[in-house]
Design a protein around this ligand. Structure first.
Ligand code: KG4
Length: 330
């Protein structure tokens, strides 16, 4: 069978990334131009600055992706791009570029859901992984427990009612002066800390999450405590409590679905404490999968992979494709 080669374009937030992937699993190139040093100055992503930087970077990043993959435009089967969820201006850069590129090389265009992309990062890391499975999707904009029924069919079993988990990490980091992006910094701080501070956990009847309470509790503790707060212990307490909530909801979800495969996805799945805790589910016939660290955060290889699975099911977009900032799974 002829190889299917997808070009992936990702510009949903602060990474301009272009990748070329063969048959959904083999990464020929995955170029990521991060804007973190630019947004760091402002303590978070500034949408307008993100869009402008995507415009500046995207052609160079695309050229580099072709150079590293060592293939020509004629070898591309389809052009895939993230069309949501994400920042509207940032998304529009990738969508517009993908439209122009697909038209110029006369190859089909396909819009990809960014969350599907995060899930697909696991197909690249684990060549044997196939749906169905239960996915704990944790990123800067989303937190969901998803029943992945097939490569393109998803059922959201639970989701955050307020902040995304990555947002909580970033806000906590900002308040205690660690800077942006907070997740990796909290992760590093927590390594030498002990979870001595009691923080609130939120429970619901269903599999939903809420992270705003714990975030506010950390902020209040930091502002109002009479004693000096140890930042390492505070980060460890935050991670410990948030991980307990994840663990409890995943236990419920496993019982509810009888899932035998647990998959992590999204930027926060890079967290060392959460990875260790989730690995503990790997017993009694249950297998746990996590993306490679470099594929946890935003990248275009995951978009090209998700694009491949949609493409082989016959899905296509046309030149009316638009950015959808609040796009949902399915
Ligand atoms: O998936 P991602 O790159 O972007 C979205 O699609 O949202 O996730 C970014 C989020 C940020 O909130 C960042 O702080 C968090 O992932 N993150 C982490 C770690 N690495 C990245 N959070 C906790 N621990 C980490 N090691």
């Amino acid at each position: 069978m002829k190889d299917i080669i997808t070009l992936g374009i990702e510009t949903s937030c602060d990474e301009t990334s272009v990748a070329i992937v063969k048959n959904g699993r083999d990464v020929l190139s995955n170029i990521i131009n991060t804007q973190i040093p630019i947004h760091e100055l402002f303590g978070g992503v500034v949408p307008e600055i993100a869009s402008r930087n995507h415009v500046e970077a995207i052609s160079t990043v695309t050229k580099e992706a072709f150079k590293q993959a060592n293939i020509g435009y004629e070898d591309i089967t389809a052009v895939t791009c993230t069309y949501g969820p994400g920042l509207v201006g940032a998304l529009l850069v990738g969508v517009s570029y993908a439209k122009g590129f697909s038209y110029a090389i006369n190859k089909p265009l396909l819009g990809v859901n960014h969350i599907e992309g995060h899930i697909a990062a696991n197909y690249i890391t684990h060549k044997d992984l196939e749906p169905p499975f239960l996915c704990l999707m944790m990123s800067g904009g989303n937190t969901q427990i998803v029943h992945v029924k097939s490569y393109t069919k998803f059922e959201v079993l639970g989701k955050t009612r307020d902040d995304a988990i990555g947002e909580a990490f970033d806000k906590v980091a900002r308040v205690i002066g660690l800077g942006y992006p907070g997740g990796p910094k909290v992760d590093k701080m927590a390594v030498n800390g002990k979870p001595i501070y009691k923080l609130p956990k939120t429970h619901f009847e269903n599999l939903d999450f809420s992270f705003s309470g714990i975030k506010t509790a950390v902020i209040n503790l930091n502002h109002n405590s009479k004693e000096e707060i140890n930042k390492e212990n505070l980060c460890a307490s935050f991670e410990y409590t948030i991980t307990e909530v994840l663990r409890e909801n995943m236990e419920k979800a496993i019982k509810q679905t009888g899932a035998k495969k647990i998959v992590l996805a999204g930027g926060v799945s890079a967290n060392s404490f959460i990875r260790k805790a989730m690995q503990e589910f790997d017993k009694d016939g249950i297998k746990v999968y996590m993306p490679d660290l470099k594929l946890c955060t935003d990248n275009a290889a995951m978009i090209a992979s998700a694009g491949y699975y949609n493409f082989i099911e016959g899905k296509r977009s046309d030149l009316y494709l638009n950015a959808i900032p609040n796009l949902k799974l399915n």
